[in-house]
Design a protein around this ligand. Sequence first.
Ligand code: PAF
Length: 283
Amino acid sequence: MARRPSVARNIAALRNSVAGYRKKGVTVALVPTMGALHDGHLSLVRAARKKAKRVVVSIFVNPAQFAPTEDFSTYPRTWSADIAALAALGVDLVWAPSAAVMYPEGFSTRLEPGGPAKVGLEDRFRPHFFGGVTTVVSKLFIQVAPDIAVFGQKDYQQLMVVTRMARDLDLPLKVVGIPTVREKDGLAMSSRNVYLSPPERATAPTLYRTLKECATNLRSGQPLERALSGARATIEQAGFAIDYVEARHAQSLAPIASLDEGPVRLLVAARLGRTRLIDNIAV
Ligand code: PAF
């Protein structure tokens, strides 16, 4: 049977374990998660395994990145299955602080990221989100002090924001982005896919299919606005309510007028019933 990872629930226990790794002179990778682990997360853990000798996975559903109207209380929590999956991958340590450990009484500091966090994509629809993400991720980086931290490209804007934050704060680690893992029909894996009803689940792969068609149209010379309005129409006809379908510069996430300003990333966020889905691809 696979050996279960150690679980640290307070800062002293976490630091003690990481100090043990450091004493042996080995490299440490961190995979930050909110649990409810699926194959997408597990691909991040596998990548971390290849890049460092010790792998720490944090599991913390971060209240600071949810608005009061969002799904913090119902966010899927699957602790036993998560630990079993991490054990099978040989994870060394799970960092699982409570909210009181992460944000003790009197906690009063919150990061306010700019740059890729203020470009009118996720930030337009979830204005609280990147402040909450960068606050918790900077704490995770300082707590674990890893050599590398691994994030999914599925949350592409988050990856750009966290990369910028680590650079801006001179945090001595490398942020690595890993390609999105998809279901057989192309739907990007997400902990929130469990919210989809069977008919919604059947419709959901339209997002990825449409992004791919849009990228093909752009590569074959279709003007940007025409390709994007075609994609928006297809997504709406499938029954989604669109938050955005955009082509942006792949690093700064600034708006672009043509592919010549690339590298270019297509990004989408749309709601299907009560589930909000996001996806993105390179052009
Ligand atoms: O992508 C996530 O699961 C979360 O936003 C993260 C990075 C773990 C911070 O809470």
